[in-house]
Design a protein around this ligand. Sequence first.
Ligand code: ZN
Length: 250
Amino acid sequence: MRILLLSDIHSNLEALEACLSAAPPHDLVVNLGDIVGYGANPNEVVQRARSLGKHFVRGNHDKAAAGLMDLSDFNPVAGMAALWTREHLSDENLEWLRQLPQGPLLIPDLPDAQFVHGSPADEDEYLVTTDDAFELLVESSVPITFFGHSHVQGAFSSTPGQDALRPIYASVGKAESAEWPLLRGTHYLVNPGSVGQPRDGDWRAAFALFDSDSYRVTFYRIPYNLKEAQDRIVAANLPARLATRLASGR
Ligand code: ZN
């Protein structure tokens, strides 16, 4: 089975469309949450995400926009974006966000994988360092956990000496992919990267494909219409920083 992994789209319609145009053939799509928040097209992105299938876990920005969490945990810019998103979402899309499930999500016929937003233990936890990942890798009963939330594309593995992987690309300008064969018997935490709000120093939209038959993950970075996404954020009167930071991927 070939699974397209999308995470942290953050209402960036241009980035989502670029990823879908570049995506290789796949059997199903799993969305790891933070569909909305930050960008200027929450309704269009929710509609597009919903059209791709039914496998979702909710992110903290989805909860915030849907009124399911207190905004005091958010920095001021994220909080303003969450309130703007709540005001602009249609009633139907708000209701849909409200019913999104908390991870871990399991998929029948795919016993080797689970899907979460933050971590299997806590949907709001950030997995950034090998220390964050170590205990989860050792204790997990599921070999591969796909996660988002950190907006950093890459993976952690339980193999000593290969415990953290960041895909290496030749540029930050053109469409590229990086393939990573997985080993049976090893545990992994894999982040496909953020579609619409990358924070790993590469502005390009990120996603990944997991092929459960050949047992490999392919990471992708795809240029998109950055100027259009930025112009829409400015025109929507969202904080300007949300537009400028898209260019640096920070
Ligand atoms: Zn996010």
